[in-house]
Design a protein around this ligand. Structure first.
Ligand SMILES: [Zn+2]
Length: 163
């Protein structure tokens, strides 16, 4: 979770809305200070633009998980070997050595868990939830009109015909 850093182009007030890592949300922001509506392309409307490239359960991202796990495993093994060879239980940089061991072990576990998460389809489920949320936002004809006015491409199925 991160705070958004975009500032209102009208009054300069920051948009403080909390968003997830992939910044899924409405592309049109309403300034809480002055009420101005403005486009923020750093947000992503997954029903239109698709899910974030890093959120895809694809070969590339899964491969990165495997490479990451291998690299951190090598770091862990090298550090463990160094620790074993030098036998400095309370030496000058024992704390750093232990720190590297803990962080690299954590990174290996993190990479493997991410891979399992992707492989079991949880990443797809996670994405589906945000696509559904995005589709709900696009049911609002006012929002679609505003997106079109800002020059954003909106698929035909979300554009309601005027009666
Ligand atoms: Zn403002």
């Amino acid at each position: 979770m991160d705070g958004n850093e975009t500032k209102c182009p009208c009054c300069g007030a920051p948009d403080k809305e909390v968003h997830n890592f992939y910044k899924y949300g409405s592309l049109i922001r309403v300034c809480k200070n002055c009420g101005e509506k403005y486009l923020d392309r750093s947000f992503r409307e997954p029903a239109i633009q698709g899910v974030h490239p890093r959120a895809k359960n694809n070969y590339k991202n899964n491969f990165i998980c495997i490479i990451g796990a291998v690299i951190f495993a090598v770091v862990f093994a090298a550090q463990a070997l160094w620790f074993y060879k030098t036998k400095t239980p309370f030496g000058y940089d024992t704390q750093n050595q232990i720190g590297v061991l803990i962080i690299s072990a954590g990174a290996v576990i993190g990479c493997i868990l991410q891979l399992i998460y992707n492989k079991l389809g949880y990443m797809d489920k996670y994405n589906q939830r945000f696509i559904a949320e995005s589709e709900r936002r696009l049911q609002d004809p006012e929002y679609v009109k505003e997106l079109l006015a800002f020059g954003i491409y909106v698929p035909k199925k979300y554009i309601k015909k005027e009666k």
